[in-house]
Ligand binder design. Structure first.
Ligand code: ATP
Ligand code: MG
Length: 446
């Protein structure tokens, strides 16, 4: 992408409304623009990150056997009356009437809608297990939208719903999602710790929140230090194998958020030198809730042994896709700006032309730009006539993993400068080798 043809409204000034670093940097880097309280336009750079995160989430859901569909944002209120949640949900729910005065709502979550789809389409236990997910906008009229996309009113969520014939199978479905979450967050360069959680208005008896540690986190967390050290399961993990050992390893050490913090238990179970208290950001939340919706909504199937009308066992599994954009920045930035992990970076390389308008420099940049793209490297080419200093600070701000700097002096010597955004290290590389070198750096980081 040529910067001259892109929309990247970066600013030097710190926006006064932003209280936390990710919000400040997202505004300054031209990733989002507030449209009204807690509602944002995703500008091109931010949109690319949102797409990369969505794609990682999608790949790991698919790997774990979940199946993607897409439910609408607007739902019929009648479904929520069936489950009894229409009145319970309160003012967080945005209620709408259509021209025929039918009650609709902008979905804050989708248990009712998916249960309705299930009961209309699945008749037999032979079609189970089934896990359906989508990545869709939600609306919750939060009392206090804040911290930019971290607590928005409109936000993008991945929500998956599992259906099983027995509680035992339902727990297996839960475990698959648990493992998929460990992999998902790891691929984004995050250490996400599963913590026992309150089941809240969704209800049920088995629930974990996935929390990333950051000073600006909204919840207080209490956890065993070793939980931060575990590696994620490998890509070739067999989801049909017994996942119980992994789950046990991640859940037997004490970890909980302030909502259910049990001081006595924390003190009793965790040795003093392993106790850790910190702030955390909730990036995912999984629940197993059995027949909570299937019973009232009559989502039943024909069971084995000729049983009729067995209510299905369900779980639901959310990931805050748009919140993750802010969460990753909270976890990875410095005083000059964002530092993207390669996997979610909007572009892999920023190409800086130090003398736009100079025929030789332009030609060299043009050639590198094309060769890099052909090698599968995503390049944002700063071909504008801004000053070099401004180009450098912009590149640091938007945080692409590598900067490739081309100027007349280097060209004379046949070299390019490559800067690694994370380490700050600069290296002079022969022009004939730089494309292959960057392509392999990008590949190995993905
Ligand atoms: P929170 O306690 O932060 O309000 P929640 O328990 O209401 O979250 P869930 O209903 O489990 O959240 O939603 C799944 C995921 O969606 C959460 O883990 C979080 O990452 C994300 N999420 C929830 N509310 C918001 C919001 N207002 N803005 C952005 N992301 C959100
Ligand atoms: Mg909430």
């Amino acid at each position: 992408m040529r910067l001259s043809k892109f929309l990247l409204p970066t600013t030097k000034e710190n926006p006064s409304e932003a209280e936390i670093v990710s919000h400040r940097l997202m505004l300054r880097a031209g990733m989002v623009k507030q449209s009204s309280a807690g509602i944002y336009t995703w500008l091109p750079l931010g949109h690319r990150v949102l797409q990369k995160i969505s794609q990682i989430v999608r790949e790991e859901q698919d790997r774990a056997g979940a199946v993607e569909l897409l439910m609408p944002t607007l739902q019929s209120a009648d479904l929520w009356r069936e489950s009894g949640r229409y009145d319970d949900y309160g003012k967080e729910m945005l209620r709408i009437q259509d021209r025929k005065e039918r009650d609709l709502l902008y979905g804050p979550t989708n248990e009712e809608l998916i249960t309705d789809i299930f009961r209309q389409t699945v008749k037999s236990y032979k079609q189970l297990p089934l896990n359906l997910y989508h990545i869709q906008w939600k609306f919750r009229d939060e009392i206090r939208p804040r911290f930019g996309v971290m607590r928005g009113r409109e936000f993008l969520m991945k929500d998956a719903y599992s259906f099983d014939i027995s509680e035992e199978d339902g727990r297996k479905a839960y475990q698959k999602m648990f493992v998929a979450y460990l992999r998902t967050f790891d691929r984004m360069g995050l250490k996400a710790i599963p913590m026992r959680a309150d089941t809240g208005p969704i209800g049920g008896d088995l629930s974990h929140e996935f929390i990333i540690l950051a000073e600006t986190g909204e919840s207080e967390v209490f956890c065993h230090k070793d939980l931060v050290e575990f590696d994620a399961p490998p890509a070739d993990i067999d989801y049909e194998a017994d996942l119980d050992p992994i789950i046990r390893q991640r859940t037997e050490l004490y970890a909980a958020t302030d909502e259910i913090h049990d001081v006595d238990r924390f003190d009793a179970e965790v040795p003093k030198d392993k106790q850790m208290t910190a702030r955390g950001i909730e990036v995912g939340h999984i629940f197993f809730f059995g027949t909570k919706y299937s019973e009232p909504m009559k989502a039943v199937v024909a069971g084995p042994d000729g049983q009729n009308a067995v209510p299905v066992q369900m779980g639901s599994y959310g990931i805050g896709v748009s919140r993750l954009v802010g969460g990753i920045i909270e976890a990875s930035h410095d005083e000059n700006g964002i530092i993207w992990p390669m996997s979610v970076a909007p572009y892999h390389v920023g190409l800086v032309n130090l003398k736009s308008g100079d025929a030789d420099t332009d030609a060299a940049c043009e050639k590198l730009y094309k060769e890099l793209e052909a090698a599968g490297v995503e390049v944002l080419y700063d071909d504008t006539d801004d000053r070099a200093g401004a180009k450098f600070s912009n590149m640091d701000l938007i945080g692409l993993p590598f900067q490739l700097v081309i100027g007349p002096r280097g060209l004379k010597e046949g070299i390019a400068e490559v800067k690694n955004r994370a380490t700050g290290a600069r290296e002079n590389i022969d022009l004939s080798e730089v494309v292959a070198k960057l392509a392999s750096e990008v590949q190995s980081a993905l």
